[in-house]
Structure formats: structure tokens, C-alpha cells
Design a protein around this ligand. Structure first.
Ligand SMILES: N[C@@H](CCC(=O)N[C@@H](CS)C(=O)NCC(=O)O)C(=O)O
Length: 205
């Protein structure tokens, strides 16, 4: 059985967790990180020397980096479905996953921490700047989703597993959001899926 280490309110854990739930795989999740500790223990560091979550164990195989976990699980369990067989569809799905890590994550962090996780820890000016940068990024996603049901190809793919937790966090943050009707339609479709109900209905904390 798969074993996933990481607290459920971590966005990077949510990506892996949502993917596992979409794939319908049996798994055990162990709370780790922040208040739960564990990540600084020698045992955990032997698996993940970064002392970060998530970490996946699949038999004798250990994997860290949330997007790598999503790719591995989809390639292994969902070839031709969540793991697109068409190289171009797969590459296009992949780029949204990298975009989440390299564009959204650095943009949203200050606003998320300053407004949600550790209120008062960031200046209003820094929060506004972070929120404005993030808002501009989600307008890119909105333009892309116009006229499309899914991020890439004809079906829900691995990219949805990664972008959905990011959209969930952003739309539930107490900030001014630009009008993103296509993102909202896509998000509603995601939230009607049983797997999303099991993972993405937690309040953001
Ligand atoms: N690039 C890594 C980043 C992992 C990461 O930064 N995880 C955060 C939670 S989202 C963490 O472990 N923070 C420390 C903690 O929870 O103790 C990934 O995608 O897995």
C-alpha cells in the first residue's frame, strides 16, 4: 500500500493526495511537517533530506517532490488517461505543473502567509503586491481555459491534480479576485468530483 507523509493543509501534500484519490489507490497518510514534526527526525531525513512534505513510499521506492510524485503515480497507474499518451498533450500538461511550481508558488506565498497562515507576518504592501502578481497569473489560466473543459487534451489529466489545489487556495483567499469565469467553471467541475470532495473541501489554513 502507498504511504504518504505530510499534513493535509500543505498544498504540495494536497497535490499528491488529490492524485492518489483520483486514481482510487489504497494508501495511508501520516501527518508530518510544521506542528506535527517528524520531518527533522533521522528516519524521515533518510527518506527526504530536505525535511519537507510530501514524501511518498511505494514498497521499497521513496519519492519526494510533489509534482514528481504526481507524474510517477499517473504514469504507473493511469497510462493513457491521467498520464496522456500523446507526447504533445503530455508536455502541455507538464508545463502547467511546472508553472504552478515556478510561477504561482513564488507569487502567492506572501499573500497566503500574511492573510491566512500567519496573519500579521507580512506588510499590507507586500501582501497587495503578492496578490496582484497571483491575480495576473490566474488571468493567464482563465484565458487558456476559455472554450476548454480541461487544461490539456480531452480529459482530466495529471495537470488537474496540481492546478486544482492551487486554484482552490487562491479562490478561497480573502483577496480581491479579478473576474475569472473560465477558471471558476473549471473549478466547479473539479469540485463536483468525489476525489476533490475528499481532499479539497478542507478550509485553507
Ligand atoms: N518542491 C517541493 C516543496 C515542498 C514544500 O515546500 N513543502 C512544504 C509544505 S507545502 C513543507 O514541507 N514545509 C515545512 C513543513 O511543513 O514542515 C514539493 O513540491 O514537494
Amino acid at each position: 500500500m502507498l504511504r504518504l507523509w505530510g499534513r493535509a493543509n500543505s498544498i504540495n501534500v494536497q497535490k499528491a493526495l488529490y492524485c492518489i484519490e483520483e486514481l482510487g489507490l489504497p494508501y495511508e497518510r501520516i501527518d508530518a511537517g510544521r506542528g506535527y514534526g517528524i520531518v527533522e527526525t533521522a528516519e524521515y531525513k533518510a527518506m527526504n533530506p530536505n525535511s519537507l512534505v510530501p514524501t511518498l513510499q511505494d514498497g521499497d521506492f521513496i519519492l519526494w517532490e510533489s509534482n514528481a510524485i504526481v507524474r510517477y503515480l499517473c504514469a504507473r497507474h493511469s497510462d493513457g488517461d491521467l498520464w496522456p499518451r500523446d507526447l504533445r498533450v503530455r508536455a502541455a500538461a507538464d508545463r502547467w505543473m511546472d508553472w504552478q511550481q515556478t510561477a504561482i508558488t513564488p507569487a502567492i506565498g506572501t499573500a497566503f502567509h500574511g492573510l491566512v497562515r500567519t496573519p500579521g507576518s507580512r506588510t499590507p504592501q507586500d501582501i497587495d503586491e503578492s496578490a496582484a502578481k497571483t491575480d495576473a497569473l490566474f488571468l493567464i489560466l482563465d484565458a487558456h481555459l476559455a472554450g476548454r473543459s480541461w487544461l490539456e487534451g480531452e480529459r482530466f489529466s495529471m495537470a488537474e491534480c496540481v492546478i486544482a489545489p492551487a486554484v482552490h487556495r487562491w479562490l478561497n483567499m480573502p483577496v480581491q479576485h479579478s473576474d475569472v469565469p473560465h477558471v471558476r467553471r473549471w473549478y466547479d467541475a473539479i469540485m463536483s468530483r468525489p476525489a476533490a470532495e475528499r481532499v479539497l473541501t478542507l478550509p485553507i489554513t
